[in-house]
Design a protein around this ligand. Structure first.
Ligand code: SAM
Length: 425
């Protein structure tokens, strides 16, 4: 039964931008607070046996690491249903956000993969030469923002855990060019969302995403005309569709390029092996491997989105041994594991596999098939520590051990964190 006003002591951080309290013998997950605080809260969800959910109404005793929210639209001073989502750590000092993200990774590895390993959460770009460093408060980094459109055409982020659009008039996490290109005050009736994109190549775009249309029992997603944009990473340029996937933080592509290049163990790398870049997007990480190991590198980038693969083929054109394949990764790797010839199998045994799945992780079927191909090393780029820990446990069952592990704060003022793990047999 929901309870309107309870006092909670916050004892820990959990995954997903929520914190842990206990009430009535149960774990309660609650956002907008942090460990060490006492808060007034409303229990909002009692449908699960093992945990309940609550929302913070006000802070009774603040932790020393609390700061005024970086984005007033998301502050705890607003009613919970009117707090802008997408900046759920913005009330925590940046150094302490990174400490909490470290704890989430360490805890996930220990609990789910029985791996006892500490890690430092590095600021984006810290190991990249010649870039403008991360801002001291973790603002101004988003090169792409999706804003939801309300029935009256107003736009903004959803409030957290809801589909209520919170109209905003600023975007402090966005880069200056995204923030100044956002069409505040305009209405987009009939649209589902808008994307504001400002590339490192210099162009800024507002893309209107039409709402899907219902035809009987079918939902038809509108097709949007492709729009080519360019992103720069160091001296290299990548082409992609403006709506397609690109790392969001202005320093993320360079950070992950450096991280993947240094995670690969040179002694285990064979340029002539059947190297793979799985979930390859427009070829960013295949290019990172190509740039580190030179013009003779063989690598196949596998990606489910055909438009992205077309761009990947262009972006990787200078490496004769590089190619881009449009296929779902699970189909691609299970097909190989089932059908590869003995000669192909020996090229996979010598291979390096880069694995950069979406939030849900690679999953058992993909990990089993990769392990069946038995590559010399796997570099796993993870945007979800829980999925990473689960997949590392599956890899461990096949005899793959964790080598280097680094973590990066590519999403400051949110709960998200990126990790790069190297595994070998
Ligand atoms: C986290 S992004 C990484 C992209 C690229 N490695 C980069 O850093 O730019 C994941 C990519 O996987 C693609 N993807 C998601 N699920 C997939 C699947 N089951 N099979 C193939 N590609 C998939 C998405 O379209 C997206 O481009």
């Amino acid at each position: 039964m929901p309870q309107d006003d309870v006092e909670l002591e916050i004892t820990n951080v959990a995954h997903g931008g929520v914190f842990v309290a206990r009430f009535d013998g149960r774990v309660v997950f609650v956002p907008d607070t942090m460990p060490g605080e006492r808060i007034r809260a409303r229990i909002t969800d009692t449908t699960h046996d093992r945990f309940w959910r609550a929302e913070t109404l006000s802070v009774i005793d603040a932790a020393p690491e609390r700061q005024a929210h970086l984005w007033p639209a998301a502050s705890v001073e607003k009613p919970p249903s009117k707090r802008a989502g997408g900046a759920e750590f913005g009330h925590i000092r940046l150094d302490h956000q990174r400490e909490l993200k470290r704890r989430v990774i360490v805890d996930a590895l220990a609990r789910m993969a029985k791996i006892d390993r500490d890690v430092t959460v590095e600021p984006a770009g810290a190991a990249v030469a010649g870039v403008e460093p991360e801002s001291p408060d973790g603002s101004g980094w988003r090169t792409r923002v999706r804003l939801q459109v309300a029935p009256d055409g107003a736009f903004g982020p959803f409030a957290s855990r809801s589909h209520h659009v919170v109209e905003v008039d600023d975007l402090p996490l966005a880069t200056e060019r995204v923030a100044e290109s956002a069409p505040f005050g305009q209405r987009f009736a009939g649209a589902e969302s808008i994307d504001v994109v400002a590339t490192t190549g210099g162009s800024a775009h507002v893309l209107v995403n039409d709402a899907p249309v219902k035809r009987g029992r079918r939902t038809i997603r509108p097709r949007h005309r492709p729009m080519l944009v360019r992103e720069r990473v160091g001296d290299r340029e990548f082409q992609l569709d403006a709506r397609g996937f690109w790392q969001v933080h202005r320093l993320a592509a360079a950070t992950l390029t450096e991280a993947v290049q240094s995670a690969v163990d040179e002694a285990l790398f064979d340029p002539r092996a059947a190297n793979l870049d799985l979930y390859g997007g427009v070829g960013l990480l295949a290019a990172a491997i190509g740039d580190r190991f030179g013009s003779t590198v063989r690598i196949t980038s596998v990606e489910g989105d055909e438009t992205a693969t077309d761009h990947a083929a262009e972006n990787l054109a200078e490496w004769i041994g590089a190619n881009a394949v449009t296929e779902r990764v699970e189909r691609f790797v299970t097909g190989l594991a089932a059908e590869a010839s003995p000669a192909e199998r020996s090229r996979f045994r010598a291979a390096t596999v880069i694995l950069d799945p979406p939030r849900s992780g690679a999953g058992r079927a993909v990990v089993d098939a990769i392990a069946e191909l038995s590559p010399a090393q796997v570099v796993y780029v993870a945007c979800d520590p829980i999925a990473l820990a689960r997949d590392l446990a599956t890899f461990a069952g096949h005899g793959y051990e964790l080598g280097s592990l680094r973590a990066f704060d590519l999403f400051p003022n949110t709960h998200h964190v990126e990790a790069v793990a190297m595994l070998s047999r």
